[in-house]
Design a protein around this ligand. Structure first.
Ligand SMILES: C=CC1=C(C)c2cc3[nH]c(cc4nc(cc5[nH]c(cc1n2)c(C)c5CCC(=O)O)C(CCC(=O)O)=C4C)c(C)c3C=C
Ligand SMILES: [Fe+2]
Ligand SMILES: [Fe+2]
Length: 367
């Protein structure tokens, strides 16, 4: 008898089943120095993130950075940590749950999972689980609105590494970016308008700072579209809000290392504005789909200190889109467009999928 019995009743391989995986950057397991050493060790060893020859970078990373940064970063993480853990993790999990619910309401039979590029749950472990549960089509959604090699591409790399060691591969698709998506921009606009309703519209001379995570300037010269995509998002948002050029500025935060990064930098801008007599600043960070250390500590806390110390009077951080219903709806629209042609309304439900998959394995379906 052949080791593997083809259809019927069990088709070669696993049955149809579609999954969507939201992937964000990753975050330490705890706000402690050992957890940060593990996390930063994995993150900063990625050649997509630090594009310095290994021979030069390795001694710096292992000899200096991993001995000094974990303790300092752990203290920062402790200031934003929640009862349920790291905000980035909490929001990403919630986004996946809400997206699953909404796609279900729209009649799609899809499983929505979430993974982290660095730390847990890893992309590979989530793909293993989805495949074992019978999913034959997987859409990967990097949760970065603007494409960058150091964020988006490294998610694709990680999925590709998993594919390299997988015999019976699922069909896979990848979302590239959504920096100019109408639903995403509308959700950003709504969040600014809601904020204005709460604290009042900015007066003459007040500013909106649109701050994105930075990248080494070299990435732009090498062809990374990130800078241009950030500018497009910022410009379209300002247009929707009816802001004139002098009422907003696009800046880049979180410079890391000694090289020049994309300019203008966020922190020095806040300081300069405070000194120049700008009274009020509202800050929004549209590049972060979920609040995290970079927004809650660097922008909401440090940024406020920088601005107020320099003479500013009023400072507001506008939260990331997180689990806002209009953002989840926009994410469902984006996802639906990328699922097109995959007949997700005609597929088996999760329970029959799991049964079929385990039956197929009983008959020796290749894994
Ligand atoms: C949103 C897009 C991001 C880009 C682009 C990005 C590039 C980038 N980041 C570093 C170094 C660090 N980033 C850190 C935290 C961090 N970065 C992003 C997003 C982008 N990074 C997020 C969402 C977070 C927060 C994660 C969390 O747990 O909340 C950190 C770790 C924190 C710290 O020690 O300061 C570092 C380091 C580089 C070098 C880089 C591009 C080259
Ligand atoms: Fe970063
Ligand atoms: Fe930072």
């Amino acid at each position: 008898m052949p080791r593997f019995q083809p259809e019927p009743p069990y088709r070669h391989g696993s049955p149809r089943g579609t999954a969507v995986v939201l992937v964000n950057l990753g975050t330490p397991d705890a706000a402690t120095a050992p957890a940060l050493r593990r996390y930063l060790g994995q993150f900063l060893a990625d050649p997509r993130v630090v594009e310095i020859p290994r021979l030069v970078w390795w001694p710096i990373l292992n000899g200096i950075i991993l001995n000094t940064r974990p303790k300092k970063s752990a203290a920062k993480y402790a200031s934003v940590w929640t009862r349920d853990g790291s905000p980035l993790r909490v929001y990403t999990e919630r986004q996946a749950k809400l997206l699953q619910g909404l796609l279900g309401e729209r009649g799609h039979r899809v499983s929505v999972a979430w993974a982290m590029r660095y730390g847990q749950p890893s992309v590979g472990s989530v793909l293993d689980r989805l495949k074992a549960a019978g999913h034959e089509r997987i859409l990967i959604v990097p949760m970065y609105p603007q494409y960058a090699a150091s964020t988006t591409a490294t998610v694709v790399d990680e999925a590709a590494r998993w594919l390299l060691q997988t015999r019976n591969q699922p069909e896979m698709r990848f979302l590239r970016h959504y920096h100019d998506d109408t639903g995403y921009l509308a959700a950003l606009e709504t969040s600014v308008r809601k904020h204005w309703q709460q604290v009042g519209r900015p007066a003459t001379g007040d500013r909106l700072l649109i701050s994105f995570h930075g990248l080494p300037k070299r990435s732009l010269d090498l062809g990374d579209p990130y800078f241009c995509e950030c500018h497009k998002t910022g410009r379209l948002l300002a247009e929707r809000l009816g802001l004139a050029a002098e009422q907003y500025l696009i800046t880049f935060q979180s410079r890391f290392g000694k090289a020049e990064w994309l300019q203008p930098y966020t922190a020095p801008t806040l300081e300069a504005w405070g000194k120049a007599g700008v009274r009020r600043v509202d800050v929004i960070c549209p590049g972060f789909s979920a609040d995290c250390l970079e927004t809650l500590e660097e922008i909401a806390q440090e940024g406020r200190d920088d601005f107020l110390k320099a003479g500013g009077k009023e400072y507001h951080y506008i939260p990331a889109l997180n689990d806002a219903p209009d953002w989840i709806a926009a994410l469902a629209d984006i996802t639906e467009r990328h699922l097109a042609g995959w007949d997700t309304r005609g597929e088996p439900d999760a329970a029959s999928l799991a049964t079929e998959a385990s039956e197929a394995r009983r008959f020796g379906a290749p894994s």
